[in-house]
Design a protein around this ligand. Structure first.
Ligand code: GLU
Length: 303
């Protein structure tokens, strides 16, 4: 396994030059483009890692997975999906075109409009401190904190998400205070994680919501099933379909360079690689995952 992982790292590194770090949140532009770390946690308790697995970076969109899980736990399926769809949008993560022109409901909870709507529900029922504790437990990483520099940087460059949030309010999707909702959304996006934290989260999801060591139930099995399905169909922005065909592992990406992958009933994989492709997905991370999928037989429909 370690040899395959090292080779996956090489395959990934060969792609780094073709991508760019995110810069629309200025603080993210400071990331070292050459970083790449991969971590695998298996259900049997094995841990494998290669490259920059200790580096902290902001979780960004991968927090949408944690927020959706909490909203389903606290508010239930009916309430969450009454105003949010489950379909891939085919548009960029921060698009508001379809939300304005085609549908009054965001297409799914993995794009900004859907995640901001989810955060609207959360703002009514939980505090940020509760969300932080929840994130630490699910990622099996008690050291997760808000990255203050990233938080302020995003709060100062929030016009587009603010437009989405007020559009959602005008359509009756957000019924709570819009600014508080945005603050919670950005706090969640600013959580500082490592590739290991994402492997931990992936393993908890792969394990049906149970802590792999203590056996404690962290999430309801139905919640886990819904979350994993939505990650598979919508987790890689408007590259989700092609990724499902060629890599075949449910994965959620974030513009901070993270990838959270769930190999059902087997393992969690966490990757950090801030050089992004045009759709906002880690370019090296994607190549490394494809290699792992092919060499470990991890495609969901592998023959
Ligand atoms: N905080 C980022 C935003 O809302 C998250 C985007 C992402 O990772 O896709 O723009």
């Amino acid at each position: 396994m370690q040899e395959i992982l090292e080779q996956a790292l090489k395959e990934g590194r060969a792609q780094i030059e073709k991508g760019e770090v995110a810069s629309y949140i200025p603080e993210l532009a400071k990331a070292d483009k050459n970083h790449l770390g991969i971590c695998i946690f298996t259900k049997e308790g094995e841990r494998f890692e290669a490259g920059d697995t200790q580096t902290r970076f902001s979780i960004q969109s991968i927090s949408k997975v944690i927020s959706l899980a909490m909203a389903l736990e606290k508010c239930g399926f009916e309430r969450v999906f009454e105003k949010i769809g489950m379909e891939p949008s085919g548009d960029a993560f921060n698009s508001l075109i379809k939300l304005d022109m085609v549908s009054d409901a965001p297409y799914n909870p993995m794009i900004n409009s859907g995640a901001i709507a989810v955060t609207g529900f959360l703002t009514e029922v939980v505090s940020f401190e509760t969300m932080l504790e929840f994130a630490r437990k699910l990622c099996m990483d008690p050291q997760i904190e808000v990255n203050r520099a990233v938080f302020y940087s995003e709060m100062e460059n929030l016009s587009r998400n603010r437009a989405i949030a007020y559009l959602l309010e005008s359509k009756g999707v957000i019924k709570t205070n819009v600014e508080s909702c945005l603050e919670l959304y950005v706090q969640m996006c600013s959580l500082n994680v490592t590739a290991k934290s994402l492997a931990g989260l992936g393993l908890v999801l792969a394990n049906g919501g149970m802590h792999p060591e203590s056996g404690a139930r962290l999430l309801d099995p139905d919640v886990v099933r819904i979350v994993k399905t939505i990650i598979f169909t919508c987790g890689m922005y408007d590259g989700s379909g092609e990724f499902a065909v060629s890599v075949g592992i449910p994965t959620k990406s974030g513009v901070g360079g993270g990838l959270l992958s769930v190999v059902n009933k087997k393992m969690g994989i966490g990757i950090y690689g801030p050089s992004l492709d045009k759709k906002g997905n880690s370019i090296a991370g994607r190549a490394a995952l494809k290699y792992l999928s092919e060499h470990l037989g991890l495609h969901m429909f592998a023959s």
